[in-house]
Design a protein around this ligand. Structure first.
Ligand SMILES: *Cc1c(COP(=O)(O)O)cnc(C)c1O
Length: 218
């Protein structure tokens, strides 16, 4: 992967009027703070425990986004703790988020994760499940949820045209739902390997980790 500084990536992203989510999973304070000091305020993590742990020592004005699969039984720990849950991948999960948000009398800001990749391993809603969730949402079943849009992950492949097709599909779906759901303002697609294609295809938020922070050590 070509080396790119944080500032260069930020410049490209803002040229497209998009937002940059810095994916800090597996990276610690010494990697995160320099980017924070450059002005970055939105960070993404894929694990509930890791967000809660990092929140204890990192600055309070960071807006944390959960981007990894959320198990229903961990929902009560995370509701109220993050700026956005991007990985809502079932009706059941949305119901649990609603219940926990109602208890706390807050609104939870969410994206629906849509399955666009070929691999079965990547979770997300198919169109039928999406229809069901959005129609319940439009029936006011989720008064404590604010739906902001979609998140998607393309197939991991060298085939750029395939990736482009998947992003284009998601952009089309997003546009279809923008008028029935006026709170829609976010289409989260594009990672280190495919963010340029995603921006070209109308992403409003790219989620970039290794390109900013360097190779990940698990
Ligand atoms: C890890 C992760 C990213 C960022 O991946 P990089 O390849 O490091 O940019 C983006 N989105 C999700 C959902 C992730 O889990």
């Amino acid at each position: 992967m070509d080396a790119l500084t944080y500032q260069e990536l930020l410049d490209i992203t803002s040229k497209y009027d998009a937002q940059l989510l810095a994916v800090s999973k597996t990276y610690e304070q010494e990697k995160i703070m320099p980017i924070y000091n450059d002005g970055q305020r939105i960070f993404g993590e894929n694990k509930v425990q890791e967000i809660l742990r990092k929140k204890e020592t990192l600055p309070e004005d960071i807006a944390w986004h959960l981007i990894g699969h959320l198990q229903s039984n961990k929902t009560k720990k995370i509701v109220g703790q993050v700026a956005m849950i991007q990985s809502v991948d079932s009706l059941k999960l949305l119901k649990v988020i609603q219940k926990e948000s109602e208890k706390r009398d807050i609104k939870s800001h969410c994206l629906l994760q849509i399955h666009i990749a070929e691999e079965d391993t990547k979770t997300g809603l198919d169109e039928k499940q999406l229809d069901q969730i959005t129609s319940e949402f439009l029936d006011n079943k989720f008064p404590n949820i604010e739906l902001h849009g979609f998140m998607g992950m393309a197939t991991f492949t060298e085939d750029k045209e395939k990736v482009r097709k998947e992003f284009k599909m998601l952009r089309g779906l997003y546009e279809r739902y923008c008028s029935p759901i006026p709170s829609f303002d976010t289409l989260s697609m594009g990672m280190s390997g495919d963010y340029k294609i995603a921006l070209d295809e109308g992403s409003t938020m790219i989620r970039v980790g290794s390109l900013i922070f360097g190779d990940r050590k698990y």
